[in-house]
Unconditional design. Structure first.
Length: 608
């Protein structure tokens, strides 16, 4: 004879489903496992209530109440929050007002994390202030508890959600405990650990290694790339948030068409391309991901400044690869990579200046993208780029990563990498400020000189006492000038010229430079002689618009008999010029994105 089929009570089904939601959540699950639950006929929950929270860690649940699973999840999570927030405080004189304040705080917290579904009779006003329980308690003590706050009670009307202090006795009712936690942990410690775990899971969701909060990914098969990505998020905080912010595409056909041998990165679309045909191991994948992320984090694309794109990529690769080998981040791909111990300690700019001396050999070298740079200028994907300030976004992520790396003691970083990161995180100094510092160095303030050669006005009180004249020492004005070599070729922008001349005029006047020697130059130099500082901006007449040959103008000033031998030179050009040899103090003022075709020995300022 077949056994009778017993149908599960719908109320019990909904309750168990709601409890399952709570247990699966990274914040509320550990708290619920620590609590004891009573849902039998011995439950002390009032007939009109949902639950009653006892100080002993036991929560009495209404055994027959009908509700949806999300509503039960919401109510049960509120119950364990009472322990996590340490709301059982016996020094509260008005217990009803205190419980009402606690109800408001726990309801708001559940609404803020968007967990479960708030029952219809527990709704809070949308304009309710975001106060803590102490502030609400004072409010409810001064005035009556409003109707909406009374409706938030878990035990129903005329009952408090939390057990009254008079009833804080050891409970003997048998309870169900959903799991075991160490008795050494306090409720607040379990709560803090749950919040930290939820943050980690949220990062994993962003990285694509987890589908939702609370899902167990330990038993899920993951690819080599996913495991490598998870390692950064959990074990290498310097680049963890950066790696999580990038999409990783492993498309063999796309990489074949774009000739990407191992990997490449698009900083605008935040995509890292990995070629599955390269057959990278997990350790090699870590190395390649870190390599591509460092290109972006250190803003290598923006620092190119007119250099040859491929050779600049090669120079950056030499520096990055050496840092990753020193830090032991993964292992170098078996296919090989650019690494030279003789270049250790040099910046990418210094490495570039060295490798351009051997162009024939350097152009035969391969980056991770093959015979092209792995920092992609073009957009492979057709997706729309995010509307984000890339510099601000990547600097923020790198700054957070460095702080976490140092506070968690995750190991030392190479000196060069640390210097580049900290320099990158500093706000850029405007070019006008840098130019002002150059003027300060070459033109210090004029000292005051006291002399009796010219007497000052005598005081009427003591007309018989002569007093010396105090004023600028005229000897400091002798030779206080500088030369301006102005590129007036056809490639120079008129607005750039106007901005540069206006800044020079204002600084020269501020530093008490009486006159400036100006030489315009394109195919031939045009000596405009000495001009007053205030006249530079609007009295310079551009005469030539031919090619760019600046060396004759520099030679003219260096050999001029009426120009000081130690007078500094300021060279304004678009960098499309000849190779210059300057034998006195000098500086260059360039338009943004330009780069001189030679290694400069003087300061270089870039106009924004």
């Amino acid at each position: 004879m077949a056994k009778p089929h017993h149908k599960t009570n719908p109320a019990t089904q909904a309750y168990e489903a709601g409890m399952a939601m709570v247990l699966a959540h990274p914040i509320f699950g550990p708290l619920a496992r620590r609590a004891s639950w009573v849902r039998t006929a011995a439950s002390q929950c009032p007939a009109a209530g949902w639950i009653v929270v006892l100080k002993s860690g036991t929560i009495h649940v209404h055994p027959k109440r009908h509700a949806t699973a999300p509503e039960w999840a919401f109510v049960l999570a509120r119950g364990v929050l009472s322990y996590a927030m340490e709301l059982f405080q016996s020094d509260r004189g008005n217990w009803a007002s205190w419980c009402a304040a606690c109800d408001v705080v726990t309801t708001r917290f559940l609404a803020s994390v968007k967990f479960g579904a708030c029952p219809q009779d527990m709704q809070m006003p949308a304009d309710a202030p975001a106060w803590d329980e102490d502030r609400w308690y004072r409010q409810f003590c001064e005035a009556d508890v409003p109707t909406w706050a009374e409706g938030l009670g878990l035990a129903g009307p005329k009952a408090t959600s939390l057990e009254t202090p008079d009833a804080w006795l050891q409970q003997t009712v048998p309870a169900v405990r959903h799991g075991v936690l160490s008795s050494q942990q306090s409720w607040s410690e379990v709560f803090a650990a749950g919040i930290a775990n939820s943050v980690s899971q949220a990062v994993e969701i962003a990285a694509g290694t987890r589908t939702a909060l609370g899902t167990d990914t330990r038993s899920m098969p993951r690819s080599v790339t996913e495991r490598a990505r998870s390692w950064f998020i959990s074990s290498f905080p310097l680049l963890g948030s950066m790696v999580a912010a990038f999409e990783i595409q492993e498309d063999a056909e796309l990489c074949r068409c774009e000739e990407i041998m191992v990997g490449a990165v698009d900083e605008t679309l935040r995509i890292i391309y990995l070629n599955p045909a390269a057959g990278l191991t997990e350790q090699e994948t870590r190395f390649v991901l870190a390599h591509e992320i460092l290109h972006v984090a250190l803003r290598h694309m923006g620092r190119r400044q007119g250099r040859d794109p491929y050779l600049w990529n090669v120079a950056c690769d030499y520096v990055i690869n050496d840092w990753l080998i020193q830090m032991q981040v993964g292992s170098a791909p078996a296919l090989g990579l650019l690494h030279d111990l003789n270049l250790r300690g040099l910046s990418a700019e210094e490495v570039y200046d060295r490798i351009v001396l051997d162009l024939r050999r350097m152009r035969k070298l391969l980056t991770l993208a093959g015979r092209q740079g792995d920092m992609l200028d073009r957009k492979i994907s057709t997706e729309r780029a995010p509307f984000t300030d890339l510099d601000a976004f990547y600097k923020e992520q790198l700054g957070k990563g460095l702080m976490l790396h140092e506070t968690q003691g995750r190991g030392l970083l190479p000196k060069g990498l640390l210097e580049e990161i900290r320099a990158l995180l500093q706000p850029p100094v405007p070019w006008e400020v840098e130019l002002a510092r150059w003027f300060d160095h070459h033109f210090p303030p004029i000292e005051t000189r006291r002399t009796y050669a010219r007497l000052s006005r005598r005081q009427s009180a003591t007309p018989d006492i002569p007093r010396p004249y105090a004023g600028p020492d005229t000897r400091w004005l002798e030779g206080r000038t500088f030369g301006v070599v102005l590129d007036t070729s056809g490639s120079m922008d008129k607005h750039t010229l106007a901005k540069a001349l206006g800044s020079i005029a204002s600084y020269a006047e501020a530093k008490e430079v009486p006159a400036v020697r100006v030489v315009c130059c394109d195919a031939a130099p045009y000596d405009l002689g000495y001009l007053l500082a205030q006249d530079i901006a609007h009295r310079v007449e551009i005469k030539g618009r031919g090619g760019t040959m600046l060396q004759p103008a520099i030679t003219l000033l260096e050999t001029s008999t009426n120009f000081p031998k130690d007078g500094p030179l300021l060279i304004i050009t678009d960098a499309d010029c000849d190779h210059l040899s300057v034998r006195r103090p000098h500086a260059y003022l360039l338009a943004p994105g330009r780069r001189l075709p030679f290694t400069p020995h003087g300061d270089v300022f870039y106009m924004s």
